[in-house]
Design a protein around this ligand. Structure first.
Ligand code: EPZ
Length: 417
């Protein structure tokens, strides 16, 4: 398993290009199941999770061609409706094949994704929504078995604004008979991106990006050629890196509109941020101010930026409070940060961070995707050497992050171990 070694103390300078968004690429690649013929997807990030989705789609019988960051998929010759455990356990977003398979093949057998380190992450709302469209749902031997001769449009209310739950039901409803209304739908930019792709395929979706989405079923869809939107969490991670190291970086190929809450909070810490259409220039302050955050669904502060922001607060001046309202166990990075000298106290879903003058480098263990990014960030400002182990977590969601950081002047390298 590779590890990443960081020597702290460098401030980042220069330009970095943001890759395509993992959380847009996954549902959009899976939407290829909804139509015969070749789809072309450009700006697809080269990530472990994208490899996993391509592996799953080819297991189902799709033909896949990859050329750098362009992926072509033709699901005309599907041979299976089953997503097996050994594929789903590697990436829980595989559950997103459920809706499209029932819509296209009238049946699906998908392994239950199980929990993960940040929480139980149930899929009850995915299943409830599918049942509302007329699918019969059975849970057997750790699998969901869903079938429907013909999905029928209906009103669906999500108790929680679930991102992949909304995406699953969008992809089921586009080929259902009649009209589906999704209430309390997630509003993330990745939802809007998926709706744009589905509409380009011939679907009739209105209201994506708001909490009420209306989907008028159509009889069939056709393949498309599209580009994946930029990854707002990768961009946010680099913005924290610049603020943390007192650096001055320009972030290219990003979408500033998707980062309003993150920019607001970083400005409060003292960062200077200027935006253009597809770029952000950020300069870190001499002294980082403490700021409180509460993670919320979009457009609130994203939970996927919580761990990264906590590192910033651990070397800020004063006390900050971070409340994690989306996942029940998303403070796993705290114990590793405390080993690096951070002063953090947890009480339930709230972390109290007392800024310290300096972190100290240490060997640390990555536990989940965003936690591993936070440990890399901590290493950038810690005194001495930090060794982040189990970086396969990082590779799930960041394309060559150590190369991008080294290009900005960080003393960082990947070591095969
Ligand atoms: C998506 O996960 C993202 N993953 C996550 O990004 C992100 O953290 C999360 O949305 C929240 O923004 C992808 O898009 C592939 P949810 P998802 O369903 O859809 C509860 C990353 O680091 N819930 O919006 O699985 C759930 O337990 C990853 O890139 C139910 O109770 O998250 C959680 O508390 C991590 N029942 C809350 O809703 C359900 O059926 C939000 O979860 C579904 C969800």
């Amino acid at each position: 398993m590779d590890k990443i070694i960081v020597e702290g103390g460098r401030s980042l300078k220069g330009e970095v290009k943001i890759s395509g968004a993992k959380n847009a690429a996954l549902p959009i690649l899976i939407s290829s199941l909804l139509a015969d013929g070749w789809n072309t997807y450009s700006n697809v990030p080269d990530l472990r999770d994208v490899q996993s989705v391509k592996h799953l789609l080819s297991h189902l019988g799709a033909r896949i061609e990859t050329d750098g960051n362009t992926v072509r998929i033709d699901s005309g010759g599907l041979i299976s409706h089953e997503a097996p455990y050994d594929l789903v356990r590697k990436m829980r977003a595989s559950i997103l094949v459920l809706g499209p398979l029932v819509a296209r093949l009238k049946k699906a057998r998908v392994s239950l994704p199980g929990g993960c380190s940040i929480g139980a992450r149930p899929i009850n709302l995915h299943l409830k929504g599918l049942a509302r469209l007329g699918a019969s749902i059975e849970l057997k031997h750790g699998y969901v078995e869903a079938s429907a001769d013909c999905l029928k449009g209906n009103e669906i209310y999500f108790d929680v604004a679930t991102v992949t739950g909304t995406e699953n039901l969008m992809m089921a409803a586009v080929l259902a008979k009649g009209i589906t209304v999704l209430r309390n739908a997630a509003c993330e930019p990745e939802i809007v991106a998926l709706a744009e792709v589905l509409n380009k395929m011939g679907a009739d979706i209105k209201g994506a990006g708001s909490s009420v989405m209306t989907i008028k079923g159509v009889s069939s869809l056709h393949p498309v050629s599209i580009s994946i939107i930029p990854d707002r969490i990768e961009a946010g991670t680099f913005m924290v890196a610049a603020t943390l190291t007192g650096g001055d970086i320009k972030i290219l190929d990003c979408e500033p509109d998707h980062l309003k809450s993150v920019m607001h909070k970083l400005r409060l810490t003292g960062a200077d941020i200027k935006t253009e259409t597809n770029s952000i220039r950020i300069t870190g302050p001499d002294e980082i101010k403490s700021v409180d955050i509460k993670t919320l669904t979009y457009p609130g502060f994203p939970t996927d930026m919580q761990a990264q922001f906590m590192v910033l607060m651990s070397v800020a001046r004063g006390l900050s409070i971070i409340s994690e309202t989306i996942f029940e166990n998303r403070f796993i990075h705290v114990s590793e940060l405390k080993r690096m000298g951070a002063d953090i106290t947890i009480s339930g879903n709230t972390a109290m961070i007392k800024g310290v003058p300096m972190l100290s480098g240490a060997p640390v263990m990555a536990t989940d995707l965003r936690a591993s990014a936070s440990l890399i960030l901590a290493g950038l400002v810690a005194r001495g050497k930090t060794e982040v182990n189990r970086v396969y977590h990082l590779d799930r969601g960041y394309e060559a992050i150590e190369k991008k950081l080294a290009h900005l002047g960080a003393a960082i390298k990947r070591v095969a171990s």
